[in-house]
Design a protein around this ligand. Structure first.
Ligand code: CA
Length: 226
């Protein structure tokens, strides 16, 4: 596991890096935004720890640019400021978690481990399967560049399938994730919604992305049927 630590205060950086290396992480340290940008463009880090107050650039704006560049590694933001507004701003800019200085190393480590446990596919803002794009921030769907209008439930179903491309998802699993525990309808609700989805995002296109396996469930894939 290779991590990038962006922190300009040498003492703090040394303390964190030493602690993380003792936990068997590989740690690169960047003392400013410029170095961070250079390293993050060259290396696919598993996680980034980002101090917001950097000498050469605003940390939040740096985070925004990294996300726009398609950098998907989880980002844990470090800051001396404990304002809700700043937290919200950074979470919206693409931060995955937040820690206020001063902190105890054990908490930093626990948060890093928790972030690394999250599956990568569930973190990315835009899910792609073949020419289908599901934007989880804007809740918008495009196929071959064309906007596809979906209802909230159709969207939730498609997002769930797109987050697990190539995996056959059972009706029960789909209901559990797309509807909720209070749902007491019939399992054929899934079939009904898949029909709606197909009409909107598969029927108008030559390549069909939603596959079904009788009695099992549904799967989103661009592989041609065997
Ligand atoms: Ca700083």
């Amino acid at each position: 596991m290779r991590l990038l630590l962006v922190e300009d205060e040498k003492k703090v950086a040394d303390f964190i890096a030493r602690g993380l290396r003792a936990e068997w992480f590989a740690v690169d340290v960047a003392g400013d935004a410029k170095t961070c940008w250079k390293l993050a463009s060259a290396v696919d880090y598993e996680l980034v720890i980002l101090d917001l107050r950097l000498p050469d650039f605003d940390g939040t704006e740096l985070l925004r640019r990294l996300r726009r560049q398609g950098r998907r590694a989880p980002v844990l933001v470090l800051t001396a400021c404990d304002s809700t507004q700043e937290k919200v701003e950074n979470l919206e800019a693409g931060a995955d978690d937040y820690l206020t200085k001063p902190f105890v190393f054990a908490e930093l480590l626990a948060r890093i481990k928790a972030l690394l446990r999250r599956p990568v596919e569930s973190r990315s803002d835009v899910l792609r399967v073949a020419d289908l794009e599901v934007d989880r921030v804007k809740k918008q769907v495009h196929r071959a560049g064309r906007r596809i209008e979906l209802t909230a439930k159709e969207y939730a179903l498609l997002e769930y399938l797109a987050a697990h491309p190539g995996q056959m998802m059972s009706r029960t699993l789909i209901i559990e994730h797309v509807w909720d525990a209070s749902f007491e309808g019939i399992t054929n609700i899934v079939d009904v919604y898949v029909r709606h989805l197909r009409a909107k995002m598969d029927d108008p296109f030559q390549c069909k992305l939603i596959r079904s396996l009788r009695g099992v469930g549904y799967c989103l894939t661009d592989e041609t049927a065997p």
